[in-house]
Design a protein around this ligand. Sequence first.
Ligand code: ATP
Ligand code: MG
Length: 423
Amino acid sequence: MVGQNFIHPRTVKPRILKRPKHRISRRDIDPDALKIIYRLNSQGFVAYLTGGAVQNLMQGITPKDFDLVTDARPGQIKKRFRNAFIIGRRFRLAHIHFQGGKYIEVATFRRELDAEEEADPDPSTSYKRTYGTPREDAFRRDITSNALFYDVDTESVIDYVGGLKDLAARKIRIIGDPGKRYTEDPVRILRVIRHSVRLDFEIGKKTERAIYSHRQLLAECPGARLFEELNKDLTLKTPLVFEAYQKYEVLKYILGKAGERYDKDPDLFARLKTLLEIREGAESGGFQFSREELFALISWPWVESRIPDEKEDAPKNLNETITQAMAGSWLTKGLRADSIQILVLTHHLIQALRTGRMRWSLQHRSHYEQASRLCFLIEKGRPPHGKDPFASLFHSLYPSSEKKRRRRRRRRPRNRSQDHQGA
Ligand code: ATP
Ligand code: MG
């Protein structure tokens, strides 16, 4: 159920905006999404474009994905589309797959359950009761400007929740009472902040005040959901989204121990923001970072601040420090282990740049390539290039080391074959 002083969904008439009063054209809509809409319409179902896609198209921005919503149930969608897969346990949705790994999400109109229904343990009935009307579906969404529907058939935008007004005023507002809606699902706090940064919209006063009074609820959110949100943050405008998270002191909920420090320490956060900006610049130039490289980069400023500037490495300490940095973040086990390895190696490489002594056997460790790139980015403040950017940097700083290495390399095969003969 939505907020207290809230108009009941059933009594609200939608505001309908027709062409030419809006700027959405069919030409701007993904042809596969259009095909799905046409097929559902031809079989008697209602199907709208919704969510971020309508919001973006209204702003003249090209959407990154096209979410659809329909009155067809997931089973009915599956029957009509060979390439449809049903996902989700609590809310079942269809993903309709296309070539190249692309898919379009098709949800069924649903409504917010009240507390009693929510508590009903019988899954067979709660599925059925979750479905709702387009009106109820608009009200169960979180952000007003994100709850618009676009009807391709009549070329109109349908607004039940005041989203058009907020779009015009460039405001991000929660539908209903923000405190209640954050309590129902604290992840909405992150969504509000992210959407305001991405669209460069202001957050409405009540919506913002409730962030401060409810943000601690994020601590109780399932890790998988926070991780899902974090992944969205890493796709677009990451430095600015993180800056806003720091302002609201919510980095600790998504980045654990390291996030706690970034929230509190502006200098440390400034270092992180710089690294994220370098990464953003590199990616816009076509450079791709792996996930584990990215998480290592995010943890680096904290790790670096925790490692005393020692001449000698202290591997036990180092591993412990890095593992601590990652504690409380929601990375999957494998991703965390890989990021830790990259960070350990990066530390060794940076030490090598300081001391001029390098253990070249490190080149054979897994994740060396990633650490080599990260080390270059940290040291030079620009995107790495070449196969082993660390080695090029090291040799440019210590030219004599390369000659010595070449000599050693030439000798090594002879020694090895002798070893073999001796064995
Ligand atoms: P993006 O541009 O990142 O895809 P989006 O707003 O479309 O942003 P999605 O995660 O794709 O976000 O969600 C699709 C739609 O589902 C949203 O537009 C919103 O209306 C609704 N939605 C998503 N998460 C929530 C939530 N936690 N509570 C209520 N509604 C939500
Ligand atoms: Mg979306």
